[in-house]
Structures are given as C-alpha cells and as structure tokens.
Design a protein around this ligand. Sequence first.
Ligand SMILES: *Cc1c(COP(=O)(O)O)cnc(C)c1O
Length: 388
Amino acid sequence: MKMKKPILLSTPHIGDRELEFVKEAFDTNWIAPVGPHIDAFEEEFCQVTGANYAAALASGTAALHLALQLVGIERGDEVFCSTLTFAASANPIVYLGAKPVFIDSDRTSWNMNPELLQEALEKRARIGKLPKAVIVVHLYGQSADIDPILKACNQYDIPLIEDAAEALGATYKGRSPGTFGRIGIYSFNGNKIITTSGGGMLVSPEEQLVAKARFLATQARDPAPHYQHSEIGYNYRLSNVSAGIGRGQLRVLKERVASRQRNFRSYASTLGILPGIEFMPEANYGCATRWLTCLTIDPKAFGADREQVRLALAAQQIESRPVWKPLHLQPVFAECECFGGAVAENLFTQGLCLPSGSNLTDQDLERVIDEIIAVHYVSRKTEPLLIF
Ligand SMILES: *Cc1c(COP(=O)(O)O)cnc(C)c1O
C-alpha cells in the first residue's frame, strides 16, 4: 500500500529571493555573525514592523534572555508571564535565577487576561512584592489586548516585554504587536511564519537598549584593541547567511500571512458548522495572522474528543498538536504561582492546532477537513435519530 503524503503542522516556505541573498553572502565571503545582510535585515525589519531599533539574534529565546537582562532582572526577582504558551517564553526567566509567576488567559483572545493581570499587580502591590517585569505572549498569530496590559504595567512602573514570536504580521489597532512594550522579541524558527532556519529579533523604542543587546550578544567586548571584558557576554548574534534568508522571507511576509488566513477560512467555513467545534476567536482590536489555525472540540457535542481527533489525523499521516500545555501545569514549573489557570487548562484539554503552513495545497486542506468530518460522523453512526 502506498503511504499517504505526510501533512505537517507548519513547515518552512522559501520564496524566490532567499537563495540570491545567501549567494551574495557566499560570493562576498560574509559567512560570519557580522555583515551587510544583518544590518539590512534589521533595517528592513524595522520598516515592516514599525519598530524603532532592532538587533538580529540567534533565536527568539536568546532575544528574550537578553531582554530580561536588559530590563534588570536578577536572581530572586519575580517575572509575570502568560501561562498559555511555549516553555521558551518563561525559560529565560529561570536562566537569570528569577522566578516566573503565571497569568491565565482570556476566553475571548486566548491571550493574557488584562483584568487578571491588573488584579494580580494590585494584590502584589499591597504586600510590597511587585514583579520586576511582565512578559505578555501574543499567541498563535493574535495580539493580546495590549493597551490595558500596558496601562497596568505603567501604573506600577513595571517594564513590559512582548513575546511576539508567533505574531509577526499581526496587528493591534493598526500597529505591530512587539512594538508597544519596552522590548519586543520575534522568532524565525523553522515553524514560524517566516524563518531564517533559526533566528530571532529584539526590538525596542530605546536605541541604547538595542545597542546594549548587540554588545551582550557579541561576547560583551569592551572597545579595546585586545580582548577586554567588564561584563559577561553571550554568543547570540545571527549569522550573515541566515540574515540573507531573513531578507528574502521578509519580502514574502504579506503573502505568507494571506495564505495562513486562507487556510483558516477553509477550515472555518467547513468545520465551523460541526457541533462542538469553535475556532480561536478573533478580537476586534486587530488582525490575526492565523499562524496556526486552532480550534476547541467539545467532546459531548462533537462526539469525539481532541485526542481522538488528533490520533485519527495521525493515522492519515496528518500532524496536528494539542494547544500549548499551560506552563503552570508543566513539571518544571510546578512550584510556580499562577493567577487563575482554568481557562488555559480548558483550552489545553479541548484545543487542537491544525496543519497551517503557507505551503499547504487545497488537496492537503481537503484531506484534513474530510478526516475531521469523518471522525464526527463515525462517532454519530450509532445515533438512533440519524435521519439520512
Ligand atoms: C517559538 C517561540 C519562542 C522561541 O523562539 P526560538 O526562536 O525558537 O528560540 C518563544 N516564544 C514563543 C511563544 C514561541 O512560539
């Protein structure tokens, strides 16, 4: 029997220009974590996102690590962070010896609940134990509700760091998420909306912060002819070759966003009519990229639960994934405090991310859709009231 072609969750989708930029790097021998593509990539990234200053880095995780250090996080500090996210949003807090405290999501956007954040800050202010930073995550291509989050942070003079790793190309009131807080970070990992085969970006409205990020990312070398260091640095710069890929990818970002939104519309228009299926709602303050199309499955109404659907898809060589397991449920963060948690827990139990790559074909989408519809009808086979 011929194996069906695997359909993966989200794979790299290279455009026409990337190889040209990479070849230029080879031809000019700029095969290093310095070079003209890095400068150009940072500048073009600022143009696309409206960020003021940007530093291209080895990964989104590296960017977040530097961001936390730049706002002064130290051993023993606490940092508030969205709970419904990938572990990389909180791991850098621990790199610095600080402690994550998690905040639950809002049903309406799946992102950090601004009211819950406000309450948590009020509670902490009363006992004189405010966090030293807040990390808000913009999940699955949709911006969190930034204004009330920023207002709550400003009220207590706490720096806001935006983890926009999944939200490049999205908007919040017409602007790019990632450009509102003191620092924003993005990821160009292979599964993100655009990729450099691994990379990240740190942006900020403050020029000195970004200059300091570059300094720390290149081993913190003091300006001296010999190697001199007054601070501990990192090797976190992006390579000029990768930046070349990034420049090509930036040129197709709009198309990639449009393709992923089209995937979502195909899924929503076909699966949205099944009982028990709900897609991640889109908040009216902005435009979501639908980096991943995510839905929840109410097993009673649908007839099968999230895991049954995932396994049925897997049997057809179709990769889907449960929505992020909330960080407060992760063994490694078991000791950490969490404000709320039930919303994220429910989204994890019922939530599924469907194949969402910008390179999926209509046939691919059809296969996914048909399989999910089949699961529903097979589960209903024994219903006595089936009238057709
Ligand atoms: C991918 C991702 C990161 C990490 O980015 P890397 O470039 O893979 O290090 C951080 N936060 C979120 C929400 C992500 O999805």
